[in-house]
Design a protein around this ligand. Structure first.
Ligand code: P1T
Length: 386
């Protein structure tokens, strides 16, 4: 169709990004090129593909779509969000330093602290809600600032433009894990970040049927370095998984609208429940990051964490055992609502002392509000909370 996807609305962009009819058949959907290799006419004479780790036409279509949905020049697809994160940290060398946040996905923390620390890369964890903490932590060896916003699971907000302003004079790269927001809500490259990373497993795929990761960048040199790492280290997704994410992206804006609507209704209902203590949701005007969220996000999303007034672990576990529409599972961002217990599930790899110091209590309950009928979701939570 040849749409100039930089100059159209967000829905048109999500539907048409990377989508070209198949040249040999006219198929509107990119076929699943389920092949490991490609026949060559003569050594190194081929149609642009030689081996599927280095490139595959279904992956190419998805990588173009990834670029399109973040308004980026380039996109790269990885076998998981952590596969993408792994490639980004491998841009660095032993002795280099990274400044990360105190609240982030437990698996990212595990990769940083248990794998890359061992290889000589140093990580400092600071409360990024106050960008001054980042400025204070910078050393001559700082090469990367790793930002997650909204954070997993406390829904803290980090001011991306403020972090970029601190990093630029020092030539420090800024990478934003944009998983919780999705490109519908937030586009960090437009705020000056150098790299955007997504766990596509979540909102981009949207149907809890695929594990995958994405990187979006504008700089060609950075793209070439990351492509080299993708090809050399091999964390690439298969063609079927690329097809599933391509399909998921086409409905991202419609799903996100409903996630946001439901998120608001569920958050407000939870605040009214007398047994609920804190409700962490960045759409509340009294959320400490609300003004920054309003500035850098289109809406506030469907990720919510709660703490009961009864702060015992037992009370939280009872609630998680009793929900019927919300399923107890890791992950988020799918059409179906999920409830998760960070302390024992997604964030179990963070030492308890660290976790508690940073505000992640044993009894925190995380909700990924899906796109079912809001009334059913509220009724389910209220019956489980009692
Ligand atoms: O699971 P994977 O596709 O490798 O993505 C890792 C990841 C990275 N960044 C954020 C913010 C994430 O939330 C995740 C994965 N998170 C979960 C599985 C979870 O339930 O929180």
């Amino acid at each position: 169709m040849g749409t100039d996807i930089k100059n159209v609305g967000i829905g048109t962009r999500f539907i048409h990004a990377g989508a070209e009819p198949d040249p040999s058949t006219g198929a509107i959907m990119t076929p699943i090129f389920q092949t490991s290799t490609f026949v060559q006419e003569a050594p190194d004479v081929h149609k642009g593909y030689d081996y599927s780790r280095a490139g595959n036409p279904t992956r190419t279509a998805l990588e173009k779509a990834y670029a399109g949905i973040e308004n980026a020049n380039y996109g790269l697809a990885f076998s998981s969000g952590l596969g993408a994160t792994d490639a980004i940290i491998k841009l660095l060398s032993a002795g280099d330093e990274v400044i990360a946040g105190t609240d982030m996905y437990g698996g990212s923390y595990r990769l940083f602290s248990k794998v890359f620390e061992r290889m000589g890369i140093k990580f400092q964890y600071v409360d990024q809600r106050n960008p001054y903490n980042i400025a204070k932590a910078i050393s001559p060896r700082t090469k990367l600032i790793w930002v997650e916003t909204p954070t997993n699971p406390l829904i803290n907000i980090v001011d991306i433009a403020a972090v970029v302003a601190i990093a630029k004079p020092h030539n420090i790269l800024v990478c934003v894990d944009n998983t919780f927001a999705s490109p519908y809500l937030q586009n960090p490259l437009e705020l000056g970040a150098d790299i955007v990373m997504h766990s596509s497993t979540k909102y981009l795929g949207g149907h809890s049927d695929v594990v995958q990761g994405a990187i979006m960048i504008n700089d060609e040199k950075l793209r070439d370095e990351l492509y080299f790492l993708q090809k050399s280290c091999g964390a690439v997704p298969g063609p079927m998984d690329c097809f599933l994410v391509l399909r998921g992206i086409k409905t991202l804006h419609v799903r996100m609208q409903r996630h946001c609507e439901n998120g608001r209704k569920v958050a407000e209902a939870l605040r009214k429940n007398p047994k609920v203590g804190k409700v962490h949701w960045c759409g509340f005007e009294d959320h400490p990051g609300h003004e920054v969220a309003k500035k850098q996000m289109r809406d506030f999303g469907g990720m919510i964490s709660i703490e009961l007034k009864d702060e015992s672990l037992e009370a939280a576990v009872e609630v998680m055992k009793k929900t019927k529409v919300f399923s107890l599972a890791e992950s988020l961002g799918g059409v179906e609502s999920l409830v998760n217990h960070p302390a024992t599930m997604t964030h179990a790899s963070i030492p308890r002392e660290e976790r508690i110091k940073n505000g992640l209590s044993d009894s925190l309950i995380r909700l990924s509000v899906g796109i079912e009928d809001a009334e059913d979701l509220i009724a389910d939570l209220n019956q489980a909370i009692g």
